[in-house]
Structure formats: C-alpha cells, structure tokens
Design a binder for this molecule. Structure first.
Ligand code: ZN
Ligand code: ZN
Length: 347
C-alpha cells in the first residue's frame, strides 16, 4: 500500500511511500481506512514543529472497516465500522491505574501517526483491539472520521468545564475545535453560545451559524468585544469561556469575558510563551482547566452525541480529496482555507 510518510526529521520530508500491507498481531485488528482528516498536528509535524519519531505514516483522525482480526481478538468483528484514539496505553503505570490513560507514562507508548505506530493516511491501519470503538448506526464514515477531535473536545468541555443549563458560553476561535466546542456546550444545555474570531473568519462564521452558534463576534471589527459580551449577559460576563484559538491575545481576553467565579477552559493554547496578567484569576475568583487528549469514556460520549444528532460534525467537513492530492490538502490547512479536509480515497 501507499502511505503518506514523514520519512526523516526536519521540515518537509513528507512523501507518499510504498510500504508492505500491515498484518494484525494476535491482539490487533486490521482496518481499511474509509476517511481520514488532516489535523493541525499533522501540519506541525510536516514543519518539524511537533513531537514525532520518523519514519512514520501520519494521520490519527480516521474511521474505517475491520477486515481482519488477530487470534486473541474477541469483541471486534470483521465488518465492524470503527474509530480509535491515537494513543495506546500500558494499563500498568500510575497514570493508567488512576484513570488518566491519556497521560500514560510508558516509554514504549505507541501513538498512531506520530510515534512507533503508523497512522491512517494509508489504505490500511492496524490498532490494538482494546482502543477500538464501534461506530453506531446512523453515523457516516465521514462523520466518524471527526470522532477524534470531537472526543478531545468532549473530554475538555464535558469532563472539565462546569457548564450549566442556560449558561452563556464564549468560545474563542472558529476552527475545528472551536466549532465542536460550541456544539458540545449546546449539548450540555448552554443557553447562548458566542463564538469569537477575526475579520478573515467571516466564512467560518457562516458555517458556525449553521452549526448552532447563536452569536458570532469579530473581535477585530467590533469596537468593544468585552462590552458586547457584557450586553449579552446582563453585565455579568460569560459563565464559561473556552479558549480554542491558540492565540495569545485571546487568552488575555478570556479573563475579561468571563464572569466573577466563572471558568476558563484552555483547549488551544500550547507551545507559546504566555505573557498574561493572571490577577483576574484572584480578583474574579476564577477556575481554569486544561486537558490533554481523550479518555476511553470520551469516545463513548462522543459517539452517542453523534448518533443522537446532539452534535452534527458534517458542516465542518469543507473538503474531500484523494490521498494522492495530499499536497493540496496540506496547503488548504496551512493557508487556513479549510476547516476539516478529509482524505476519502486512500487507495
Ligand atoms: Zn489531531
Ligand atoms: Zn500507562
């Protein structure tokens, strides 16, 4: 088969390579990939700005059909439509034993599409049975390919953000994570979701409104963005602010948007030196949370939300292309012309 491989360290070094078709070990399943999405992390790996161990086939957001199972596999069958997280875990370390499998410390941890395990930008992928989740009926192959980023948002927003029915929630950043956050907040009962972005995000705002966002806020064009949020909250501020833009300036603004005793969720910020005034944490008695990846339960919740249409990821899929057109796919992401690019032909 051909796979999109990061062949060596350094910027670039990404190419379609012929590799031997993978075979499942006793505890693994062989999956024919139906659809696989390009994530910001894949773009970072291309530019040598993220952790990875080459040579490795990229791609950790995918769905597919099981076509072969290893000898010891018992709960997954040939023909099942499945998804899985990117990370396997040891089940033995302190983090795993205390329920934080997403932070497993095993040194030989396999991360699909990043380290020690090939990813889904190929015709086939093998993964251990214990991380696989079956896709419920009514969820399409393309929608299921967005289960991974959705599960990240579910872990961050449902597990760690205290959203109550009727709350006003500000989501910063109209990318994949922001748009999913808005939908998950709505599913938790948020009364009003305000999504912030910049002037070049108008086309994203159109998609956001179709995806259930109540108010879009262009923080560049609006003279007083904080005032607008105050107007929408009887002068109190947002109950919860979800930072999903990864922009430093947005982090500062999050502390202005949020109400006294409110909560700020960090979803997008990483790898940048933040020079922000944390005094509002004290003076407004705020709480703040960060999350990393997903827990097994995040996937169960995600697939339920998808199958009951509490969240609809379809509007986020802006491009469907063949793996052979991978250069165009990455360019669409790099130039911010896409929300989610899916490879739907991986032959
Ligand atoms: Zn990702
Ligand atoms: Zn572990």
């Amino acid at each position: 088969m051909r796979g999109l491989m990061k062949t060596a360290r350094g910027p670039g070094n990404l190419e379609l390579r012929d590799v031997e078709d993978p075979r499942p070990a006793e505890d693994q399943v062989l999956i024919e990939v139906s659809a696989a999405g390009i994530c910001g992390t894949d773009v970072h790996i291309k530019h040598d700005q993220a952790f990875y161990t080459p040579p490795v086939i990229l791609g950790h957001e995918y769905s597919g059909e099981v076509i072969e199972v290893g000898r010891d596999v018992s709960a997954v069958n040939v023909g099942d439509q499945v998804v899985s997280p990117a990370t396997a875990y040891c089940g033995k370390c302190y983090q795993c034993k205390t329920g934080h499998m997403n932070r497993c410390t095993a040194s030989d941890k396999r991360i699909l599409g990043t380290s020690l395990a090939n990813g889904a930008f190929a015709k086939y992928i093998v993964v251990p049975e214990y991380i696989v989740h079956k896709v419920p009926k009514g969820v399409s192959e393309e929608e299921a390919a967005l289960a991974e980023p959705t599960a990240c948002v579910v872990h961050s927003v449902i597990d760690k953000s205290p959203i109550q029915p009727g709350d006003v929630v500000v989501v910063q950043g109209p990318g994949t994570m922001g748009l999913l956050s808005a939908q998950v907040a709505k599913a938790m009962g948020a009364g009003k979701v305000i999504l912030t972005g910049v002037s070049s995000d108008q086309w994203r705002f159109d998609i956001a409104r179709r995806a259930g966002v109540d108010i879009t806020l262009d923080v560049q064009a609006e003279a007083d963005p904080v005032g607008l949020v105050m107007d929408e909250t009887d002068g109190r501020g947002a109950d919860v602010v979800i930072e999903a833009s990864g922009a430093c300036v947005a982090c500062t603004q999050a502390l202005d948007f949020v109400k006294v005793s409110g909560h700020v969720t960090l979803l997008g910020v990483r790898g940048m030196s933040l020079n922000i005034d944390l005094d509002p944490m004290v003076t407004k008695e705020l709480t703040m949370s960060g999350t990393w990846g997903t827990l097994p339960s995040s996937w169960v919740t995600t697939l339920r939300l998808m199958s009951t249409r509490k969240i609809d990821v379809a509007p986020l899929i802006t491009h469907r292309i063949a793996l052979s057109e991978w250069e165009r796919g990455f360019e669409l992401m790099e130039t911010q012309q896409a929300i989610k690019v899916l490879f739907t032909d991986l032959s």
